[in-house]
Design a protein. Structure first.
Length: 265
């Protein structure tokens, strides 16, 4: 009787609503059907999340990225289906944009197809949560990120204005970007400078221009945007892009345009 009453009580107790920022992890097995209008050299936009889901910016940023692809004269395909990481399907694309794709969202076979895509020269533009510490696969960490995310300010300091500084003004990804600009964002910190792992840092954040917090301070070198010159495909990562407004910033849109153009060769 006691057990029965307990079960009835549990059924009657209101259940907490699922947290939309933390969807139940899932793995896609059936590849999507690509549209017949997709042209060679297209842009794949993937925002699959098996980790933290940036519900605030993903819908808007997906639209902005698709618009940039269109302005570059390229068709695009936006999906949350990681089974698109298939050799035959990936051959339709010249660049993959990982738009805050988080968590372990690929099966081993899908990850292997992604590796082959990069090995044969496919480009990658990874944004914001595509570089957080929910990614564990060694190839991904080494090739796409090159460092480990350690956190960001929270509470009242969660979103702050800070001064971005260009480190490599001559790089095509930085073309037309001011030597310094002051966006508002969620400022990621990392365990070490990715340059120590062979990455080329293109832009950094000036820690004196915001409050990183003692445990998140990286010092004089606090990278935000870098490329991986060791990869056969062109790989660029940007830690910026937490808020929807980031994708309306003309400077950040210019960066995204440059990055997609450069990664797509």
């Amino acid at each position: 009787m006691i057990r029965l009453l307990a079960m009835i009580g549990a059924l009657m107790t209101p259940q907490a609503a699922p947290n939309p920022h933390l969807p139940k992890p899932s793995y896609d097995r059936t590849p999507p059907t690509l549209p017949p209008t997709l042209k060679p050299g297209a842009v794949l936009i993937l925002s699959k999340t098996n980790g933290w889901r940036h519900i605030e910016h993903i819908p808007h940023s997906n639209e902005v990225i698709a618009g940039i692809a269109h302005d570059l004269g390229r068709t695009s395909f936006t999906t949350e289906n990681a089974a698109v990481f298939d050799d035959a399907l990936l051959k339709r694309f010249s660049v993959v944009v990982l738009n805050s794709a988080s968590g372990d969202f690929m099966t081993p076979a899908q990850r292997a197809a992604f590796e082959r895509f990069v090995a044969r020269g496919g480009g990658v533009v990874a944004l914001h949560a595509a570089g957080d510490n929910s990614h564990k696969a060694p190839w991904y960490v080494d090739t796409i990120i090159g460092t480990t995310f350690t956190g960001h300010p929270n509470g009242d300091d969660h979103i702050q204005s800070a001064r971005m500084v260009v480190n490599q003004a001559a790089h095509p990804v930085m073309a037309g970007i001011p030597q310094s600009w002051t966006p508002k964002d969620e400022w990621y910190s990392f365990s070490h400078d990715p340059a120590t792992r062979g990455m080329t840092v293109l832009a950094s954040v000036d820690e004196s221009s915001y409050r990183p917090g003692e445990k998140l301070a990286m010092g004089a070198n606090h990278p935000m945007i870098w490329t991986n010159p060791r990869a056969k495909g062109r790989v660029v990562y940007s830690a910026l892009g937490h808020t929807p407004e980031s994708y309306d910033d003309p400077t950040y849109r210019r960066f995204l345009t440059n990055a997609i153009r450069w990664a797509a060769r």
